[in-house]
Structures are given as structure tokens and as C-alpha cells.
Design a protein around this ligand. Sequence first.
Ligand code: NDP
Length: 496
Amino acid sequence: MVSIERFLGEPGHIIDGVRVAASDGGTLPVEDPATGEVFASIAAGTPADVDRAVASARAAFRDGRWSRLPGIERGRILTRLAALIRDHAEELAELETRDTGHPIGDARFDVADTAHHFEYYAGLAGKSVGQAHQLANGQLLNVVHVPAGVVGAINPWNFPIAGAGLKGGPILASGNSMVMKPSNLTSLSTLAVAELAIEAGLPPGVFNVVTGSGSVVGGAIARHPDVDIVSFTGGTETGMQVMRDRADVGRRVQLELGGKSPTIVFEDADLDEAVPAAAFGIFMNQGQNCSAGSRILVQASIHDRFVEALTARAAAIRVLPPFDPRAQQGALISGEHLAKVDGWVQRAVADGARVTTGGRRLTDAPFAGGHFYPPTVLADVTPDAAVFQEEVFGPVVVVVPFTDEAEAIALANATRYGLAASVWSADIRRAMRVGAAIDTGFLWINTINSHPIEAPFGGVKDSGFGREEGLAAIENYMVQRSIIVGGDRFVDPYAD
Ligand code: NDP
């Protein structure tokens, strides 16, 4: 183990490049989800703290210390940040595991992914290309892309450090200043990344972090008229509230919300591949993943065989304390969240579902004190059941049979969400035909959980709108400005 002390520090926000306490000195405890132990504290932000951070971001944006730097210089600093993240990879991974309960191997992946985001977007800084039109009367129209200004980035607790890179990379590369609000459950790695950003040479005021409760700090960001864009990732109901708050001030919002993504398996699929893929689709990150394949739709002819194989695969996943290098699944984020996940399972059982594996929290050693729930498979679920319709956000999957393509499509589209879908078939035309008919922003064919950085990510229906990742994320955080240059001499329109 390396020391994570360097990144614990005094509880505080990062505003104008320095750590500052909450305006009223308030703090919140930080719990280790694997043990229940409180090991740190963070500042409990106030609306005054948000005002201060937004003012700092606005001042930085206005004086051009970042927004008007040549793109290549912004890119150089973001590349340095990525290098510092890699230099501190082990400390950051251990900090993340302590804060989130993620297996240490997963946390290492997330840290590398964060660096990767800053590297990728460093290469795109200053490369937005506009348009030029030669108009009548000698006028010239230029359409240029300029940074939006101050961006409020609200992140959830499921992938905290990765979220800092996923939003921070494109927001900063495109020349904006930002105020980032991590979940109060998982703020430590975002604070660490912001501190490394300052070490890398990012000017003060460009990357501010305000920690604290969602409704207080997140609400103040969403309602702030001097925040030009809010980029929100989290639950659908919270996202709707953020959109209402944005409507009150008439400012932009982009929402990446929940999902109930289908994994569709046809009888001709190679089950040696499709079963572990479907398991990974749901159980990765303890099922706390917006694009988790939480509904498996299986052709009736192979349903029983599939359930048996999936049950065996799920039961063999190694749930262990997250610092154990063999851990494949760690702890859920909190006791409150675990109770919700278990509530979904018990309600499903009351509604007639059959638990084929899991279904009860783990409390014996080495799990005592922590929030551990095993991979859980539910069969005999009907499409009208709440557990088929709503996001559980835990290691719980339902398996439902279908007879033909039409029924597979109808079941896939029978929820209010539309974030991701995965189709498995040896017949590529069928897979593409079915995939094309699914309401989704992200479609996998004969693969799952692949999130290349180049692929714009986001949903349809109640899963939100706007796209992150890839080139689309740069567009997300810029505005188009039309510049018309006069050609022929301006003629007085009031002259007779
Ligand atoms: P939330 O949607 O509440 O949290 C997302 C972020 O929004 C957090 O930073 C949170 O802060 C903040 N927030 C909370 N309330 C407000 C508000 N009124 N205005 C602005 N920001 C706010 O997620 P939960 O933790 O409550 O999880 C609820 C459910 O949402 C989960 O069970 C899951 O179904 C879904 N979810 C989906 C995610 C996704 O990636 N699509 C991610 C996380 C959750 P804080 O955490 O400090 O309260």
C-alpha cells in the first residue's frame, strides 16, 4: 500500500487554485464503503461557496488566462496533468478504492482512463474547425466555435475519478472554466485531480471544485445564472430537477441519466461468449453503472440453459474486500444504497420472481461493517414488474424470455429509458436489424461494455440528451458564433 495522506488534507473546496474551507466551516464525514469506517471529511459547501467559485471561474474566463491561450498551450498543460495522474496512479487508485469500494484493479483502470481522457482532449484543444461562406455583396461569413464560458459539472458517485476526466477533459480543452461538484460520497479523487491540475500549470480559477450536498451545492450550481452550461450525470429524477432549475434561469443543460439497458441473446449466439458477456454487462462496478445491461432478454428456446449458465457464472464472481487483488466485485457505495438494492430484490420476490443466485446481503467476515451484495439473478420476471422497468443500480439482473425478433424489440423498448443495448446473434443482419429498432443512444453488437473514448455517449427518452466523449463532447461545451464581415460599402438604409 502507498500513502494516500497527501490527498486527504484539510477539508476544503478548490477555489481560485487554493483549498478553502466552507464559508460556515461545515464538514461532512467520508465513509469507507468496505468497512463502514469514517476516514476523512470534506467541506460541506454553501450557496456562498458556489457564488465564490463561479465568480472565480468567470474572472478566469474573462481575462483569457486560459480561454485565450493558444490551443497547443492548453493541450500541453492537460498533457502534463495526465502525466502527473500517471505518476501518482497507485495513490489515486488506493484513494478511489477507499472512497468507493471498487476493486483495486478496477480503480487502477479508472485512474488510467482519467489520464487517457486528458491526453485525448489535450490533442483536440484548439482544433475546432468552423465554416466560411462568401456571401452576396462581398460579405464574408465566418462561423467560429468559441468556449461557452463557465461550465458547471455535476458528477455522480459511481465513477468519480473517471467522471473528473470525462467531463474535465473536453470542458477544459475547449477553453472553458469550470466548477465541478462531485458526489459528497466520493469527492476525494476529484479534489486530488484538481490539485494535480494546478501543479501541472492550469491557471487558478479554471478548475474549481465545490464539495458538499447535492441539493445545496448542486442546486446552487444549477440555478446559477452565471453558469452558462450545466453538464449533469446522475439519476433521472435528479436530472429532471436540474433541468427545471436551469429552465428558471434559461440556461443550457446536458443530462446523462439512468438506464435499464437490454442485453438481447438469440438462440444462434455462442453462449460461451454471450453468457460471460451478459454477466460482465451487469455486474461490472457492482452493477452501479448507468449503461448496465440490467435486463437480459433471451430467446425462449435457450432460456433455461442460459439461466443455468448465467447463474453459475454470476455465483463464481469473486466478491471480496476491494483491496484484495483477487476481488472482482467490491462494496456498494453506502448502506442506504444497499438497502434500496435489497428492497428491489425483496419486492421482486414478493411479485413472483425467482432468485437463482444471490439475493441477500453479505454480512459475515470479511464483509462485516461493509456494504456487500452478491451478484443476483432474477428469473420469472414479467415486463410489467417494477424490477423490469426501473433502475436498480446494483448487481441485480432480470432474465426474460422472448419468442421472435418482434417480441425482442418490443420488450427492449418497453421501458422509459434508452441509454444502451447489446444484441448477440451469429446472424449479423438480424443483429443489425434488431439493433436498429431499439430506442437507444449506444448500441453494441456481439460485444458489451466497450466505451471507446471516440464514441459519443448519451441517451434518448428518460436517459437524457446531449453527448459526452469523442468529438461530440467538444461541441457540447462550445457555442457557434457567426461573424459577418462587410464587403461592399454600407449603404444608408434611411437615405431617400
Ligand atoms: P443523484 O442523481 O442524486 O446524484 C448525482 C449528482 O447530483 C451528485 O453529485 C449529487 O450530489 C447531485 N445532486 C443531488 N441532488 C441534486 C440537486 N437537487 N441538484 C443538483 N445536483 C444534485 O444520484 P443518487 O446518488 O441519489 O442516486 C440515485 C439513483 O440515480 C441511483 O440509484 C441510480 O439509479 C441513479 N444514478 C445514475 C447514475 C448514472 O450514471 N446515470 C449515477 C448515479 C446514480 P450528492 O451525491 O452529493 O447528493
